[in-house]
Design a binder for this molecule. Structure first.
Ligand code: UDP
Ligand code: MG
Length: 327
């Protein structure tokens, strides 16, 4: 059997037929020149143009190119995940298929991983971004700020698809929905130490962007998901229950107060406060119960599926001299 390549490059593709020949050619040139063994896993995400056929043609005389054609259009995250599920390399590189990222930057990112043992992931930073429209840049500035604040992972540029990782990090995360934008947060969550490196960025020449302004809403929702995921996934009762107590406690006080009045002979049936008290107590108790259900779910997740709730960076067994890296 053939030895595994050192580097696995993953590109998600949706209707990029005009970009593919140049992209594949340039990645090939750069990687061959770098002297590293590599594979290029090209995920066709159900393109409706000729992308799949173009890939087939390109793969004919390039052993390192592995086209994977998905059954339909699943979205960029699932396409990336399909690539991650097939990796063989020790290093993983992702980039977009539209030539906005420059393959020339790949060796820089990999060199950084080679050089710097204290780094598990290198994220591209499009210092001079070539998307002119304000409708693209403004949401991006706001998103970077919000995501940095919300997740505590401070990067200049979350939206850059060009990134390089050590394989262990990729093996620990799974991308669903549109979470590809939050990979640094997810990576941080599984213990990755992240560096940012300035990379080149070009305007899109062929094809169209697959996203419009409505992505801002989805990013906001995903941000809520990620903050919950990073902070409370292991202890959902603290998230739901915390809010629940804040509501239930005043609710109980109000009802207690009304009970005293009632015993004192007052008529409380028509008081708005009664409704408020009942609502607060009811909603609060519901939230605490949701938290408890969450606690059961996370236990089933970890115990039933054998998923560990922690990752070890390095460990040394007593009685042996060698330090051994572990997942
Ligand atoms: N993409 C994909 N599936 C989709 C949408 C996009 O695989 O459903 C790919 C697309 O071909 C490109 C990358 O994801 O390689 C980023 O998409 P795009 O360039 O449209 O995003 P933008 O640069 O505008 O943020
Ligand atoms: Mg693009």
């Amino acid at each position: 059997m053939e030895a595994d390549p050192q580097v696995s490059i993953v590109i998600p593709i949706y209707n990029e037929e005009e970009n593919l020949p140049e992209l594949v050619e340039r990645i090939g040139n750069v990687m061959v020149a770098s002297g590293r063994s590599f594979e290029l896993i090209a995920i066709d995400d159900g393109s409706v143009d000729g992308s799949a056929a173009v890939l087939g043609g390109l793969a004919a005389d390039r052993l390192w190119l592995q086209p994977v054609l998905l059954a339909r259009n699943y979205g960029q995250s699932s396409a990336l995940q399909a690539g991650f599920d097939r990796l063989r390399g020790r290093y993983v590189v992702t980039l977009d298929a539209d030539l906005q990222n420059d393959p020339l930057d790949i060796p820089d990112l990999l060199d950084r991983l080679d050089r710097d043992d204290a780094i598990d992931m290198v994220s591209g930073w499009r210092k001079e971004r070539k998307d002119k429209a304000l409708s693209r840049r403004l949401p991006s500035v706001i998103a970077n700020w919000l995501i940095s604040r919300g997740t505590g992972v401070h990067l200049h540029d979350y939206g850059c698809a060009l990134k390089a990782y050590r394989r262990e990090i990729i093996d620990r995360i799974r991308l669903y929905g549109e979470l590809h934008r939050f990979v640094p947060s997810l990576a941080r969550d599984v213990g990755a130490r992240i560096a940012e490196v300035p990379v080149r960025h070009h305007a899109r020449v062929h094809g169209q962007s697959k996203y419009g302004i409505d992505r801002s809403f989805r990013v906001t929702l995903d941000l809520i998901l990620i903050i919950f995921y990073m902070r409370y996934r292991q202890r959902p009762l603290h998230a739901f229950g915390g809010l629940g107590l804040w509501l239930a406690f005043p609710g109980a006080l109000i009802l207690g107060w009304l009970l005293i009045l009632k015993i004192g002979g007052e008529d409380i049936g028509g008081r708005p406060l009664l409704l408020a008290g009942v609502m607060l107590l009811l909603v609060g108790v519901q939230l605490v119960v949701s938290g408890l259900v969450g606690e059961l779910l996370i236990r089933i997740y970890h115990e039933g599926r054998g998923t560990p709730q922690y990752h070890v960076r390095e460990e040394r067994q007593s009685g042996t001299a060698a330090a051994r890296p572990k997942r």
